[in-house]
Design a protein around this ligand. Structure first.
Ligand code: ADP
Ligand code: MG
Length: 582
């Protein structure tokens, strides 16, 4: 039983497994070691994931979803053609595709996975990722932090080293920094920091803005202001893809060109763009954004209680660390070169596979590892304080400080504040401000966490013990006990805004299964239908009507995902075509 290691990225996903004690990448059906995290559902119900979907993005922007990871943990819905999806559902489609590809590659069923997330992902984002796995039919053995996964892969490759490393992960959508202590077989994360909204795609956006500026200067009209809405969407998609290409070229070249033939029609004339940008100009545009990463680096090494010169190795992962300016900034900060012996696109998936193998005990004796990770956020509740003789509510009372080793449990006892108070509403906040309300409220307001049935008593006499816990996945659990009666309420914080309920997950799982069946049928029948349409074009009117009827019957059966019926109607259509051709 293989536990699959999955790096579910904003831009690219990858997977790995452990074979004979060593982690190895798994290639997808096209032989690629990474799969673009791009999803498409076209009008005949066919689902397309990966490079093919990415290549068709500029022609089918409305049927295509990219960068869904940014929306995980929110209640935003994504419309693809006619269908509306939650972010979990879209991610589940990627996971389903990866699961299938791994099963084809390994020749066995996969039911369990370790899925990675940015270290700085919140409770809601982690939960959404876990749910995506469930919808795809995967038991999520562990949610693992991406930089930790990379450190695991690095640690396995460098046994017996005793050093402090930083893992600097700049991907497509997120930035993470972790400070890690490697001590022989112990991999101990000391601190993590990051930004869930900073990555290569933000650099692409700055380049799109640059193109729009050049255009406005040349033609005196905003680039995305004229034409039909669908044209503008397509135009934007083309410029965005080209911006990514230009950005990548500038990692190896000193200048690159935006080449966009027939991008638009303006005042009856076709317009092609051809703008050259130098690496130096690019660096001016993106420098301040990239410098922001260093603020997080400072925070992490400060939290780890280390000085920059105590860092021995710099590990760069994520595609955007190929940008020379990124390397320059980080290397200048630590006054040393980054390590080159780690693949920035593969380390995370390899580490996830190793984590999976640790559970299975399928690593060799000498490469056995022990991993300690930390919680990303400070967690606390809100309390009342007496300030200048007046009661003031909303103070943040910390239970767990960020960067505590996981799992971590904290308990505190709170008193009632009013006479005969029978309920307490427990606030759950993550953040670092002393005003609780400035921090993120993790509850949804409609279903607060309420401790009730507190016996009537004088103010301050009744005590409630509150327990907060981060488990090894970085997920939060809460428990409250009324001390005088022993009454306990306990829950994983799952009623959050935007998180799918158990019932919705179950439905989504069936729906996803059905969508892929339908997609399979639609692509199997594509050839027959195309052939039938060709025959119909040259057929007698009466025969043409018959063929059209048979095509519609077949399409209906596909819509119904009725395999038997599809087979029967395919046969009927083929028979009809034979008759007509003869
Ligand atoms: P994620 O983990 O978020 O899916 P990746 O680690 O795959 O992301 O990195 C993807 C990002 O890296 C994209 O924004 C991509 O444009 C960028 N990227 C990939 N190769 C290069 C390169 N040679 N130069 C600059 N950026 C690159
Ligand atoms: Mg990544």
């Amino acid at each position: 039983m293989t536990i699959l290691g999955i790096d579910l990225g904003t831009t690219n996903s990858a997977m790995a497994y452990v074979k004979n004690g060593q982690p190895e990448m798994i290639v997808n059906s096209r032989g690629e070691r990474t799969t673009p995290s791009v999803f498409q559902k076209n009008i005949n119900g066919e689902l397309v994931v990966g490079s093919v979907a990415k290549n068709q993005y500029s022609s089918l922007p409305e049927q295509t979803v990219l960068e869904i990871k940014r929306k995980m943990g929110t209640d935003e819905k994504i419309t693809v053609g006619e269908t509306s999806f939650t972010p979990e559902q879209i991610s589940a489609h990627f996971l389903k595709y990866l699961k299938q590809a791994a099963e084809d590659f390994l020749g066995e069923k996969i039911t369990e996975a370790v899925i990675t997330v940015p270290a700085y992902f919140s409770d809601a984002q982690r939960k959404a990722t876990k749910i995506a796995g469930e919808i795809a039919g995967l038991k999520v053995e562990r949610i693992l932090n991406e930089p930790t996964a990379a450190a695991i892969a690095y640690g396995l490759d460098h046994p017996d080293s005793e050093k402090n490393i930083i893992v600097y992960d700049l991907g497509g959508g997120t930035f993470d920094i972790s400070v890690v202590r490697l001590d022989k077989n112990l991999i101990e994360v000391k601190a993590s920091a990051g930004d869930n909204h900073l990555g290569g795609m933000d650099l692409d956006r700055l380049l799109v803005d640059w193109v729009a500026e050049q255009f406005a200067e040349q033609y005196d009209v905003p680039l995305f202001s004229f034409g039909e809405a669908s044209e503008i969407t397509q135009r934007h998609a083309r410029v965005k893809l080209e911006a990514e290409n230009v950005k990548k070229s500038l990692s190896s070249e000193l200048s690159a060109t935006f080449n966009l033939p027939f991008l638009a029609v303006y005042e009856g004339k076709p317009i092609s763009l051809d703008y050259t940008i130098t690496r130096a100009e690019f660096e001016d545009i993106v420098r301040s954004l990239l410098e922001e990463t260093l603020v997080h680096v400072d925070k992490a090494i400060h939290d780890a209680k280390l000085a920059p010169d105590a860092i021995d190795d710099i590990i760069l992962i994520g595609g955007a660390t190929r940008i020379p300016l990124v390397q320059k900034l980080v290397e200048a900060k630590f006054e040393r070169m980054a390590k080159k012996d780690i693949n920035p696109d593969e380390a995370v998936a390899l580490g996830a596979a190793i984590q999976g193998a640790m559970k299975e005990d399928s690593l060799s004796e000498e490469s056995s590892l022990m991993v300690i990770d930390v919680c990303p956020y400070t967690l606390g509740t809100d309390v009342l304080r007496i300030v200048d003789g007046k009661r003031q509510s909303g103070y943040f009372d910390i239970l767990i400080r960020r960067n505590e080793p996981l799992p971590v449990t904290a308990k505190k006892i709170y008193n009632t504040v009013n006479d005969n108070q029978t309920t307490i509403d427990i606030g759950v906040y993550q953040g670092d401000d002393e005003d609780a309300r400035v921090n993120d409220d993790l509850r949804i307001t409609e279903t607060p966490l309420i401790v009730d049935e507190i016996p009537e008593n004088a103010a301050g006499k009744e005590k409630v013990e509150i327990m907060f816990r981060y488990d090894v996945n970085g997920l939060i659990q809460i428990e409250a006990t009324v001390l005088s009666t022993g009454r306990t309420i306990s829950q994983v914080l799952d009623a959050q805004r935007g998180i799918m309920s158990a019932r919705q997950v179950k439905e989504a799982k069936l729906e996803l299964f059905d969508d892929w069946e339908k997609s399979k049928l639609a692509s199997e029948m594509k050839g027959v239908i195309r052939r039938a349409k060709k025959v119909r074009r040259n057929a007698e009117p009466q025969q043409a009507v018959q063929i059209e009827e048979a095509i519609q019957q077949l399409e209906y059966a596909i819509q119904e995902t009725d395999v038997e019926l599809v087979k029967a109607r395919e046969e009927a259509l083929l028979d009809l075509l034979m008759e007509i051709i003869e």
